[in-house]
Design a protein around this ligand. Sequence first.
Ligand code: NHX
Ligand code: ZN
Length: 591
Amino acid sequence: MKYLLLWGLIFILAIFIYRVATEIQESAQFKTISLSDLITDSDNIEEVKIKGNKIEGKFKNGELFRSYGIADWGFINELIKKGIKVNVFPEEKASIWKDILIAWVPTLVIIFLFFSLVRGIERGNARAITFTKAKAKMFIPKKENKVTFSSVAGIDEVKEEVMDILEYLKNPNKFREMGVRPPKGVIFIGPPGTGKTLVAKAIANEADVPFFYEVGSSFIELFVGVGSARIRDLFDRARKHSPCIIFIDEIDAVGRSRGAGIGGGHDEREQTLNQLLVELDGIESRGEPIVVIAATNRPDILDPALLRAGRFDKKVYFPLPDLKGRIEIFKVHAKRFKVDENVDFEKVARMVPGFSGADIENMLNEAAIMAVRAKKSKIDEETLMKARDKIIMGAERKNFYITEEQKKRIAYHEAGHTMVAKLYGKEQVEKVSIIPRGKALGVTLQIPKEDIYIMDKDYILKKITILLSGRATEEIIFGSESTGAVDDIEKSTEIAKKMIYEWGMSSLGPIAFKTKDEYVFLGKEVARHEEISEEIAKKLDNEVISIISLCYEKAKSIILENIEKLHNLAKALLEKETLLEKEIEEILTTA
Ligand code: NHX
Ligand code: ZN
């Protein structure tokens, strides 16, 4: 439907242009002369047509002329006397074409604008009328409220890496005189919330230059050419403010490699990408001090053309913060939030492995809300705990009604996870609860004491076993399976598949069988993996199945051997709803 309208519009525009062109061509055949010249030259005139105040005619030498003026009867008589053929027409009526054009062009323009406006509103962007204008927000560095490097915590290595960009922006000439090839395309790679935007803003602020911010997806539009026009507009604006920084967040929306993702090639996106490449190349030739920073958490799907030398060739990796980084991040944010002095930030940071900087900020914000609600004067450790639980498990739904029968199943399911984790995995179980939270009816919260970056095979198998213990318990106690274990099953299957297909833990040896739909990995072009032969695929899938069934059997045997402990745990859970590590250990040792 949208395309129909677009093509209809293009068709009518084409006709319009054609008509205007023929009209211009037609009038170019006539030589426009003044009325006085016409009268002096009247001996050479062969014939005259008078249409209102327009006099058109032919000279004896064949030349066509046109003149404007009131041709009264005296003038006409004079011409006739000279033997010139004179035709008088009523005032020329505008052609049908002109009528159509006058009536339709404005209408179409209105339809067009309305249509784009509706689309804009659909996307929550009421400013869609400024169509080809880049919507990039420009930030001028301000003295107050500055984002500086000191406000970006936990990524010292990243800061070091971006220092030379900063130096260049502060003093481009010094570098150019030395012959330094200016940095222009820098790509920030890392998971969401790791401070990519923050660092880019900090560079702009520290270098005291304007900062243009745009999200990659805003260059992707229905109409071919709009995205590239926006890129051009963005760079035009940037050039007027150079030295400056252009920051394109989520560049993967534009820079997806051709063939990656569903739908394959996309004309508009390719044009937009090409325009971006053109602008990047243009920066170098003109030597403008503009640094383009792009951010992505999916570097693997980027088009190789973007990462080639002279474009986004400098890569800066933003990792999730380690324990030390998280402590620093907590401390930086604690300046803004009213946090109790007694809070042990190391203890708190240990509770949140895998949290990004943004997650930590979010957790503090949640804690602050809770503190206000609880009428506390400061955010204490207990509140921070509650905030973390809410973020990783969802909000408690204390009033969610569950029948006794289902509650019993939930309690046994969670007790199963907990017991196997403690007895077999020697894993910490921070808490177990049958209070529904978010999507889940019950949770077993395992937070490792140390950050885990690599897992050995033994650890992985135990992890799968613990995940399957909920279902195993249900089967043993109730003699039937339930839909509740859906998430556990999905997770354990995913891990088992990774063992075989990615981590080289199959009986076939250390081989990666993962099929990639992308062909770029960390900036290098990687050949597309061959399809796995049917024979091998069968074998691999069977290995996945055997991992799962071995773990499931293991879980069942542990549960059967410790059935008394399980009953005690489940009973305690039904009574208290939530058990902490200490209580769990007590129950498991006394039974
Ligand atoms: C449902 N929920 O969807 C109901 C409301 C087996 C005792 N009909 O395994 O709560 O059945 O150990 C993240 C986390 C779906 C995503 C949990 C998506 C749970 C959770 C389904 C406990 N704890 N299952 C568990 C559970 C359910 C579900 C999730 C998720 C139950 C089980 C949910
Ligand atoms: Zn479970």
